[in-house]
Design a binder for this molecule. Structure first.
Ligand code: BG6
Length: 484
């Protein structure tokens, strides 16, 4: 792994403290960082290097998966960090930053490999990218990389604009777009699961699969994020990125474990095969919901509309369910259902694959075979089969076989992704093609919301979403599996 400098914009922010420093520290403990590296944290306020190192120490104490038992290891990590105040719009500050970066490169005798991590609001992406270029910070003999996190635009047009602008300072191969769902260990396992297991591979197509259900339900409400969320809704916050990435990961067909370019190509193939939504039938394929007041864990919680900061009369979507079709050789005629929402009964991200019942009609009403992939908060894989009820020969009952349950001390998504970005492996980052095709797919939904073509269904907080979402799958003769 190349020695390098990690330049963190937004170094005093919440994400940096909760996720990024702990990720870097855990990688350091695990010896997954380069032998010599420099971290430069940037924020608005003036603070000394030493004071800032203590801020990081505090964040590690609070948020790190592993604690520093050995003070010398902690000190050595903190010693890699320098802090500088920077105004993102001020080129002069970038010139000073370049001097600091170069000075550290000389002190540590490391090449000018630079990773710029933008943990800042998206409205700063372009300005920072330009200032990196104009200050010469990006003119390196070694490599340079830009790491950014969603949202990448708020519709197809703005996403294209942003991409064009970033493209003036960084090449596509240098841009690492984080979708933290792609960093989750079980999501990283999906490509292996299908490509390396002949049993599953043999069943992995429309011959045997009846439908695929992808759920990401959350128990939290809008929290303190109404300002952002009310303009974004579940469609931009979850569907355009995380949910469609899960869809790509579960449905792409890899001949073997693929490298970054192969995975990208396969994901793009999926997106290109998605049947576009048509305005005249969109309401039959998309359910838009918003949580009403309800009960969660014995406590009354308010409706979305009564949450602090939510504008009166907001029609924002806190829930989306969607039926999609992948019109290719493997998946044609298999409905994929996506469902995500806030203030739902349980926190669960999972994929359920329901297998066809070959004896349908002749047989009883057996439960179908299911392959269940639990992604979050529990990780695991189980399969549901049928067996005879030992006390009643006439009856079949489902049994579950747990293939795999993960331990609890796994690397967090950010750890995996930062490690990959530092090593230059972009397999689990969102390539522009995927981002663009996702916006392209979602754009008719945004337009339909604007034109009020899709009714807003309300669901009580603490439920499994609006009834319309059950009807969506029932219309095809199915039901959502594993709803508690
Ligand atoms: C974020 C969304 O990207 O993902 C949040 O902005 C959401 O609204 C979160 O709560 C869910 O992530 P996870 O990892 O808890 O499923």
């Amino acid at each position: 792994m190349d020695n390098m400098t990690f330049v963190l914009f937004g170094g005093t922010g919440d994400l940096a403290k909760r996720k990024i420093y702990p990720a870097l520290f855990n990688l350091y403990i695990d010896k997954k960082m380069p032998e010599t590296f420099s971290i430069i944290a940037l924020g608005r306020k003036e603070t000394s290097h030493a004071e800032f190192q203590q801020v990081v120490a505090k964040s590690l104490e609070t948020f790190s998966r592993r604690k520093a038992n050995d003070q010398a290891v902690l000190n050595a990590f903190l010693e890699t960090i320098r802090y500088a105040a920077l105004d993102a719009g001020n080129l002069e500050d970038f010139n000073k930053l370049r001097t600091l970066v170069e000075q550290r490169e000389q002190e540590l005798n490391i090449p000018d490999n630079r990773l710029f991590y933008l943990s800042v609001a998206p409205e700063f992406f372009e300005t920072i990218a330009f200032n990196i270029k104009d200050s010469g910070l990006g003119s390196t003999q070694g490599w340079k990389r830009l790491v950014i996190e969603k949202p990448f635009g708020r519709d197809l047009q703005s996403a294209r604009h942003l991409n064009e602008q970033l493209g003036k300072a960084f090449d596509e191969s240098e841009i690492y777009r984080i979708d933290h769902y792609l960093g989750k260990p079980m999501v990283q396992n999906l490509e292996i699961l299908e490509s390396s297991n002949p049993i599953l591979k043999a069943l992995w197509s429309n011959h045997h699969i009846a439908n695929v259900q992808i759920t990401a339900s959350e128990t939290v409400g809008v929290e303190e994020r109404a300002g952002y969320y009310d303009h974004s809704g579940a469609i931009r916050d979850m569907v355009q990125n995380h949910m469609l990435q899960l869809l790509m990961m579960i449905s792409m067909r890899l001949p073997r474990k693929g490298d970054a370019s192969e995975v990208r190509m396969k994901k793009r193939n999926v997106m290109e095969s998605l049947r576009p939504l048509q305005m005249d039938t969109i309401a039959q394929n998309v359910v838009r919901g918003q949580y009403a007041a309800g009960e969660m864990n014995g406590k009354r919680v308010p409706a979305y509309i009564d949450e602090p900061g939510v504008p009166a009369g907001s029609k924002n979507d806190t829930f989306i369910a969607l039926r999609l079709w992948i019109d290719n050789y493997f998946w044609s005629e298999v409905p994929f259902y996506i469902r995500t929402g806030k203030r739902m009964k349980e926190k669960s991200t999972r994929i359920v694959i329901e297998f066809k019942e070959p004896l349908k009609g002749q047989n009883t009403n057996n439960d179908p075979n299911l392959l269940v992939i639990e992604i979050n908060p529990n990780e695991g894989i189980f399969i549901q089969l049928n067996k005879k009820d030992p006390l009643n020969n006439e009856k079949l009952e489902p049994m579950r076989i747990n293939f795999y349950e993960c331990g609890t001390d796994l690397p967090e998504a950010y750890e995996n992704l930062i490690h990959d970005a530092v090593r230059g492996d972009s397999t689990f980052f969102a390539h522009w093609d995927e981002v663009e095709l996702s916006w392209q797919y979602v754009q008719p939904i945004l337009d339909a919301f604007e034109q009020d073509l899709i009714p807003l269904s309300y669901y009580p907080a603490g439920s499994n979403g609006p009834e319309a979402s059950d009807q969506l799958v029932a219309a095809d003769g199915f039901k959502w599996w594993l709803d508690k």
